[in-house]
Write a protein that binds this ligand. Structure first.
Ligand SMILES: [Cu+2]
Length: 292
């Protein structure tokens, strides 16, 4: 009996770390992922207790009531009290799990406000999210995630001063975000259905052509969080890897300014090349800019 109790305690103790990433989802990056992981852990604990109880009873009965010479099995039919007991017990477990899940659901789905030390969005109307998903104070850094065969492109919305909204800086593969800041993602696709998933930051979100799906995360500490498209989207699907890099708000601001000036410089160069081409200077001409 003591050995049984100890082994149950050991399994319960080791389960989360041993099973993290396989049965229990990865977490640690963002509140939503942590809540998802907690729900799985609670369910797993209950399942382990039930598993050990049922299997233990079976093994005990096999031993205790095994066939012996001269022994005759008692002929019984049902046990109303037991049957009502385990029906009510099972129902109570299901109701408890459903209640816990629904109580926790809003912490997974709805963004919370940015934490102290996050990116200053106080005067940044440009960062304000306009979709359905927003934190209570309405301020979140909004980034568009565009799925395409076979890459992810991230557009840092509201940064450009262009009236048409075009000209916002963008990156491929790696998304950079500030720590302690609520980031709302607007997930879109330009060809087929893709699925954005960085396990440590939260659940999966489908990128469906013609629709804008939203999700959010808030990363407490700097680091890299790896992800991958999780919806078979064609033969290059396996190459649709993603990375979210969290840096301090100061680093983020200077990184974004650098990105913007790099893109502007590339645009000016592009424009010059086009002018030279229009003047009849081709790549073979001496005047043609080297960088074209
Ligand atoms: Cu894919």
């Amino acid at each position: 009996m003591l050995a049984g109790g100890l082994s149950i305690a050991l399994v319960l103790l080791l389960a989360p770390s041993a099973l993290a990433g396989s049965i229990i989802p990865e977490s640690g990056g963002s509140p939503a992922a942590n809540h998802i992981s907690n729900l799985y852990t609670i369910t797993l604990y209950i399942a382990i207790v039930i598993f050990i109880g049922v299997e233990g009873t079976i093994v005990y009965c096999l031993y205790r009531f095994r066939a012996r010479r001269g022994r005759e099995a008692k002929q019984i039919h049902g046990n109303t009290r037991l049957e009502i007991g385990w029906t009510l017990g099972a129902a109570a477990i299901v109701v408890a799990l459903a209640t816990i899940t629904f109580l926790d659901l809003h912490s997974i789905r709805d963004p919370s406000n940015s934490g102290p030390g996050g990116l200053d969005l106080s005067n940044g109307v440009q960062y304000e999210t306009t979709g359905a998903l927003k934190p209570p104070d309405g301020r979140a850094l909004t980034i568009q995630v565009n799925g395409a065969q076979f890459y992810w492109r991230y557009t840092y919305l509201g940064v450009s001063s262009n009236a048409d909204g075009l000209g916002d800086p963008y990156t491929y593969y790696q998304m950079v975000v500030p720590t302690n800041t609520t980031v709302v993602l607007k997930v879109v696709s330009q060809d087929v259905v893709h699925e954005w998933w960085v396990p440590q930051l939260g659940g999966k979100v489908q990128a469906v052509p013609g629709y804008v799906s939203e999700t959010w995360f808030k990363i407490a500490k700097p680091g890299n969080y790896k992800g991958q498209c999780s919806f078979l989207c064609g033969r290059g699907h396996a190459r649709m890897i993603a990375e979210v890099t969290a840096v301090s708000p100061q680093k983020y601001t200077s990184w974004l300014a650098q990105l913007q000036s790099n893109l502007t410089a590339a645009d000016i160069n592009d424009e010059n090349c086009r002018k030279e081409l229009a003047q009849g200077n081709g790549p073979q001409s001496v005047e043609f800019t080297k960088d074209c």
